[in-house]
Design a protein around this ligand. Structure first.
Ligand SMILES: NCC(=O)N[C@@H](Cc1c[nH]cn1)C(=O)O
Ligand SMILES: [Zn+2]
Ligand SMILES: [Zn+2]
Length: 479
């Protein structure tokens, strides 16, 4: 039945490509930035907008309240989690789909060529914040479901949905909802697989299927020297400046080659086996093309493919992200900030437990602070999620590989990902089922960066892929 339907579906998807783009345009126009309290209403609007789309495809929906968070010292309501169910036929397999509706911040002045929250099509690319991370892939599922209706076929699987709007900000409230509230109600009882489309191919031409993610331990390092910002001409030379202390602490974390300077941080990293080492040799990854795509002057590890991939996937890395309270605007502002918050994160790898890593970081920063001997106030806090890996030999992965080959006419690479989707491990534990990461976007989509985009080809073929994937899930052998 599967293959017979494909020509019809391919035609239907092509005929509807414009409407798919229009829907993505609507989604991108909602600036659902989860990290900034001033966009919280937009996050809530995004959840409601998506709920309506889910209802439109025939799903029953629920908005689950997950309480409040403290943001910028204020209690702010978290966006509700959108849960949905489409079909309850016991003869069919049930796939649980997770996606996120929130986005990273974006301003045109960051260096975008177009308005970030206006979807613009140029040269076969759809530019806009959230186009690839993760609004395009979420909508891909809705289009795939509609395609069944379009060709007059019944959906061959039951679907369950979990859509949140806080992924880019630590998925606050979601773990508790999944583990404590949804589990007793049996939400995951009949789930056979979990599928997430929220990552990217390694390169730009070859599709991938992903079986591992790094975790993340994100730190907020606060130093306060005064209760207000100060004129450096009036107060400079008379106070111990918070920024000086913070820059000192941040400079002690990582060396110029990327080696993390926190004692013990590499101790628990899973040892590299011969078997794993061999996996890297067959992956299609061109260091020079990768370097060019980001305009980097020189790559670490002399651009050796295997070493680069290992440092993206299986070794921890520490990045310095920014300083809140610093004068980042253009111009010669002569302020001494009263309080600054340095932000850095460590990407965690298998066997590194967040509690262990947080303790090592806190101990090290406290020791460096004591050595530094500043009279100022310092405080460090963290939010963390574990790394995740899955069995890529599972039939779920084999089905995804078959579907990918059919759509792209090439065998996908089995990849891991350097980024983090902390809820993946929670979904694995809550469902007890195999979790598949099926990327829609290409490796040069520049999620989180300026000019984020989704290729029209990836969007359209992605819809076909999700359609075909759900079709193959109707086979009982896959259970
Ligand atoms: N597409 C997944 C993704 O981008 N995840 C974020 C998660 C995050 C952001 N801040 C804290 N966690 C990532 O940076 O990997
Ligand atoms: Zn994402
Ligand atoms: Zn993201």
């Amino acid at each position: 039945m599967a293959e017979k339907l494909l020509p019809q579906i391919f035609k239907f998807v092509d005929q509807n490509a414009e409407s798919y783009k229009n829907l993505l345009k609507e989604a991108v126009a909602i600036p659902s930035v989860s990290s900034d309290a001033k966009y919280r209403d937009e996050c809530i609007r995004m959840v409601h907008w998506t709920e309506q789309k889910l209802k439109d495809v025939g799903a029953s929906t629920q908005l689950r309240d997950v309480g409040f968070q403290t943001l910028d010292g204020k209690e702010v309501k978290l966006p509700p989690v959108l849960v949905g169910v489409l079909g309850k036929d016991p003869k069919k397999n049930t796939i649980c789909i997770y996606g996120h509706l929130d986005v990273q911040p974006a301003l045109k002045s960051d260096g975008w060529n177009t308005e970030p929250f206006e979807l613009v099509e140029k040269d076969g690319k759809l530019f806009g914040r959230g186009s690839t991370d993760d609004k395009g892939p979420v909508l891909g599922w809705f289009h795939a479901i509609n395609a069944y209706k379009g060709v007059g076929e019944e959906l061959p699987v039951n679907l369950k949905f979990v859509f949140e709007c806080m992924e880019e900000s630590g998925s606050e409230g979601l773990d508790d909802l999944l583990m404590k509230e949804l589990k007793p109600e049996g939400f995951f009882e009949d789930v056979d697989f979990v599928c997430i489309s929220d990552n990217y191919w390694l390169g730009t031409t070859k599709p991938c299927i992903t079986y591992g993610l790094r975790g993340i331990s994100y730190y907020f390092l606060e130093v306060e020297c005064a209760k207000m910002d100060l004129h450096s001409g009036v107060y400079g030379g008379t106070v111990h400046e918070a920024m000086t202390d913070l820059i000192y602490l941040m400079s002690q974390l990582v060396d110029k080659n990327g080696k993390i300077l926190i004692p013990g941080i590499y101790n628990s990293v899973a040892p590299l086996t011969e078997n794993e080492k061999n996996l890297y040799t067959t992956i299609d990854f061109d260091p020079e093309a990768y370097r060019n795509s980001i305009g980097a002057y020189k790559l670490a590890h002399e651009g050796v493919k295997e070493q680069l991939l290992m440092h993206r996937w299986r070794y921890p890395s520490l990045s310095l992200h920014g300083i809140e309270g610093a004068a980042f605007q253009p111009g010669a502002k002569t302020v001494v900030p009263g309080k600054v918050i340095g932000k850095f994160s460590i990407r965690l790898v298998p066997n590194q437990e967040p509690e262990e890593i947080e303790q090592l970081v806190f101990d090290y920063v406290n020791k460096k602070w004591a050595e530094h001997g500043s009279p100022n106030k310092m405080n460090i806090t963290a939010q963390s999620g574990r790394a995740w890996t899955e069995n890529p030999d599972h039939p779920h992965y084999q089905a995804a590989a078959r579907a990918t080959k059919l759509i792209y006419q090439t065998d996908p690479d089995m990849s891991r990902e350097g980024g983090s989707i902390p809820v993946t491990i929670t979904l694995q534990e809550a469902s007890g089922r195999n979790v598949l990461l099926l990327p829609m976007g290409a490796g040069d989509d520049m999620a989180h960066s300026q000019n984020e985009k989704l290729n029209v080809r990836n969007y359209i073929e992605g819809v076909r892929l999700l359609f075909y994937l759900s079709l193959t899930r109707c086979c009982s052998w896959i259970r």
